[in-house]
Ligand binder design. Structure first.
Ligand code: NDP
Length: 252
């Protein structure tokens, strides 16, 4: 129960990678606030563990993030573990990407992390150890075609943790990014119908096309990202700061 008594926040905790890390933190004793826009998904996940608590919070909305985090920290305490996981992955050729498409991805994947981190950090007394973790992507360390806005945001959050790591070097708080390859979640599964049509293949064929993006050519399971994040949250990782951890079945 390494995290007993701590309050953790996991944005996008109602599904996929976020739900996995939220459950693992709850199992380790933390009180975990999970956030997202869909109340039904949050309630479903929160119902699986007494330490999970749902909060509807839209990372595109400043007041929603600032007020939401202030309220839950008033109830469960300062946010000692913050996992900024909420994100969208929309694809398409650069030439036809509209400014609205571009801004939607920037607002969710970049502004959302800025607001989440800043609001969570505002709950912390100066001497309290804390972990700030963002879910970037392999798109944070290399370019992905047909996903330029996504690539920009996932590179951007790595700049965020590097800058914060320098700014808070002497404080007991660390900033790190996890960069998964293709993980078997809704974000990936939602691409399958389009790939089946485009390549005239079945579901297994579409999965294989996506899995080719991982060096070991299989989709990652959620628990493979969870364990890296749990390690970053551990006391033993207190000097791991400003780092990007690739989880992609091989070197990117
Ligand atoms: P999911 O689609 O399952 O998770 C995305 C989560 O983000 C959802 O719970 C969603 O909740 C939340 N979210 C999206 N927009 C908002 C918003 N405006 N406000 C609040 N919450 C929001 O996919 P994953 O679990 O795979 O994705 C989690 C993170 O991992 C993302 O940042 C993604 O880019 C990253 N990632 C995923 C990879 C993969 O292959 N799956 C690979 C690399 C990185 P709701 O819709 O209820 O708001």
């Amino acid at each position: 129960m390494e995290h007993a008594g701590k309050h953790a926040l996991v944005t996008g905790g109602g599904s996929g990678i976020g739900a996995g890390i939220a459950r693992a933190l709850a199992d380790a004793g933390a009180q975990v606030t999970i956030t997202g826009r869909r109340a039904d998904k949050l309630t479903e996940v929160a119902g699986t563990h007494p330490n999970l608590h749902a909060l509807v919070m839209d990372v595109n909305n400043e007041a929603s993030v600032r007020d939401g985090i202030k309220t839950v920290s008033g109830v469960r305490g300062p946010i000692q573990i913050c996992v900024a996981n909420a994100g969208i992955a929309e694809g398409g050729p650069f030439a036809t990407t509209t400014l609205a498409d571009w801004r939607r991805t920037m607002t969710t994947n970049l502004d959302g992390v800025f607001l989440t981190f800043q609001s969570a950090m505002a709950t912390l007394p100066a001497d309290m150890p804390a972990r700030m973790i963002v879910i970037s992507s392999i798109a944070g360390v290399r370019g992905l075609k047909n996903a330029v806005p996504y690539t920009v945001t996932k590179h951007g959050v790595i700049g965020l943790i590097r800058g914060l790591s320098e700014e808070y070097m002497r404080a007991p708080i660390t900033f790190n990014a996890v960069c998964p390859g293709y993980v078997d979640t809704d974000i990936v599964r939602n691409q399958i119908p389009g790939l089946m049509r485009r390549f005239d293949t079945d579901e297994a064929g579409a999965v294989a096309i996506i899995a080719k993006g991982n060096r070991h050519r299989r989709l990652l399971e959620v628990d493979e990202t969870t364990s890296a994040i749990m390690w970053l949250c551990s006391d033993g990782a207190r000097s791991i700061d400003g780092q990007t951890i690739q989880i992609s079945g091989g070197q990117i």
